[in-house]
Each structure stands twice: as structure tokens, then as C-alpha cells.
Design a binder for this molecule. Structure first.
Ligand code: ZN
Length: 307
């Protein structure tokens, strides 16, 4: 059994750790971004056998666990690898940035191999190389130094770079980073796909999903394979990615907007205005989603109670 210690750096309210306000008016917290990637990594690793994962941070983001507690936990767990997800700062609103992968100054050969593989995979998948020629770095960081196993700390772009911020805020970027990490972990840990888990089709019918499908059809989407069957499948996910409800698109997705409004507790008039946007942001905040005020795939999944 391969043991992975997985860490989303900091806590939700850790001072200073957030996107620069002039580049992201929501000042998205670093922990949100870190945690989003960790959750995607966990989700993707669910389809493999032979791995067990320990999250070192507080999943709710409420507490910023001390670095010592994090590395102690990884050491007690006897992890085979320690992956710490962070986002960087230090550009002061200028351009440039990119991915960096850190290991300890006196790191083992294994750490170096993990570092190289992760850096390459993440840059390949995200294309966020930036201007950091030295993406492969060594530093005397607590997590890398005090962990007894190979450890890589990934800095997934800069929260104060005007080139990086619009990219690192997207779901697509988080997805690509997670995919890259999982690819490397699966390869290095020689994990096998869990056949049984993979082939379990989702057959749970949900009235919420059914109502959503009907609304999407009224708003011009089609479910050509399954129709409105009340089951949340790949086709629904594809539609949810397209059916983004946001301000100024009110005329387009009236029926879907009504579902959003009912979920967030405002009058369901099908018009996505400022009030609805504000309520969506509150909903996103409460549910630890990225606070962008628009309803895309992850917010739809929260609203509909599906994964
Ligand atoms: Zn950090």
C-alpha cells in the first residue's frame, strides 16, 4: 500500500495568503486554491487501488495547522511521499511567474526524481511555465526539511502576477495540476486502476437533477444520449460546464437561473442580476467554492448535491 501525505498549505484565514486585490477583487485565499487542487487529486486517486491518503491540513480550512503538526503527522503515518500544494507570491502585480517545485537543500535522490517528474508534468499540462527559468528549486523549507520521506512542495503559480492570476483561478487549471500530480503518483507508485470502482455506473435518480435537466432543455441544451433521466452522468457534466449562469447572461438561461435563485434563496424571476450574484457568492463562500459569482460545473454540483 502506497501512503501519500497530501497537504493544502495554510488555512482559509491565514494572514496575507491570498490573491492580490487589484488582480482578483475577491482576494481568493491561497488555501482555497490549494485545497481545490488537493480535493481533485484525492478524487482522481479514488479510481486507483493500492494507495491511501492522509490530508495534513484541516479540510474545512478553519484552522491553520502548524507546520510541525503537519510534518509530525506525515512521519507518524510513515508516508511514502509528501506532496504539499501551495501558490506563490512575490511579483507585486507585475507580469511573469509560473510553476515552481521545491525540495530540501539536502534532499534525497528520490526527492529530486519526484521533483523533476512533477515539475515536468505540471508544466506540460498547464502550460504555465512563466518566466521562472529555475522552476526546479531547493530551499530550507520546514515541510521539505522535517519530513522523513521524499517531499515536494509545489508552488502552482503566483497570486500577485497579472499573467498567472487569471489562469490559476480557473477550474481548468486546478484540474490540470491535479491530473499531472496523479499521473506522476500513479506512475511512480505503480498504481493499478481499480476496475470494480471504475465500472460502477451511477444510477441514483434525483429529482433535483431531473428538474435541472428539464430546465437545461428549455434553455436550449440537449441530452442526446440519456435525455432527462434524473441521473447525473458525463453528459450532465458536459452540459453543466457550458450552462454557466452569470450576470448579463440572464436572457439566455432563464430556466436554469430560476433553479440557481431557488437554491441561493432569492426570488426566482429568471433574471441573473446583482442580487442573485451576491447570493451566489455567499453560497460559494459557505460551501468553500471559488467565489466568482457564476454558476459553473462545481457550483452546479453543489446546488444539485451531486459529484
Ligand atoms: Zn503557501
Amino acid at each position: 500500500m502506497f501512503k501519500l501525505a497530501l497537504n493544502a498549505g495554510h488555512g482559509m484565514n491565514t494572514l496575507g495568503k491570498r490573491c492580490l486585490k487589484k488582480l482578483d477583487k475577491n482576494c481568493t485565499r491561497e488555501w482555497y486554491l490549494n485545497s481545490r487542487i488537493c480535493e481533485k487529486i484525492e478524487e482522481k486517486l479514488e479510481s486507483y487501488d493500492g494507495i491511501t491518503i492522509l490530508r495534513l491540513d484541516d479540510r474545512t480550512g478553519q484552522r491553520d495547522i502548524s507546520l510541525k503538526k503537519r510534518t509530525d503527522a506525515a512521519n507518524d503515518f510513515l508516508a511514502d511521499f509528501y506532496l504539499s500544494i501551495h501558490h506563490n507570491a512575490g511579483i507585486n502585480g507585475k507580469s511573469g511567474g509560473g510553476i515552481e517545485a521545491y525540495i530540501y537543500t539536502k534532499a534525497s535522490k528520490q526527492s529530486l526524481e519526484w521533483q523533476k517528474a512533477l515539475y515536468k508534468a505540471v508544466v506540460d499540462k498547464t502550460k504555465l511555465k512563466g518566466n521562472r527559468a529555475q522552476g526546479i528549486c531547493k530551499a530550507n523549507l520546514h515541510e521539505c526539511r522535517e519530513s522523513n520521506m521524499p517531499c515536494v512542495l509545489l508552488e502552482c503559480g503566483f497570486m500577485d502576477s497579472k499573467t498567472d492570476v487569471p489562469i490559476i483561478l480557473t477550474e481548468k487549471f486546478a484540474e490540470a495540476v491535479a491530473e499531472a500530480c496523479v499521473e506522476v503518483i500513479a506512475n511512480k507508485a505503480e498504481l493499478k486502476k481499480a476496475i470494480a470502482k471504475q465500472s460502477t455506473p451511477q444510477t441514483n435518480k434525483s429529482n433535483k437533477v431531473l428538474a435541472w435537466q428539464k430546465a437545461a432543455i428549455k434553455d436550449g441544451f440537449t441530452f442526446s444520449k440519456c435525455g432527462a433521466d434524473g441521473i447525473w452522468g458525463d453528459e450532465c457534466r458536459a452540459v453543466a460546464k457550458l450552462a454557466v449562469c452569470k450576470k448579463r447572461l440572464t436572457y439566455k438561461y432563464k430556466n436554469l437561473t430560476e433553479i440557481v435563485q431557488t437554491a441561493v434563496g432569492v426570488k426566482a424571476d429568471g433574471k441573473f442580476g446583482s442580487k442573485t450574484q451576491k447570493a451566489v457568492k455567499e453560497f460559494q463562500k459557505k460551501n468553500r467554492l471559488i467565489i466568482d459569482g457564476q454558476v459553473g460545473l462545481t457550483t452546479w454540483q453543489k446546488i444539485l448535491g451531486v459529484k
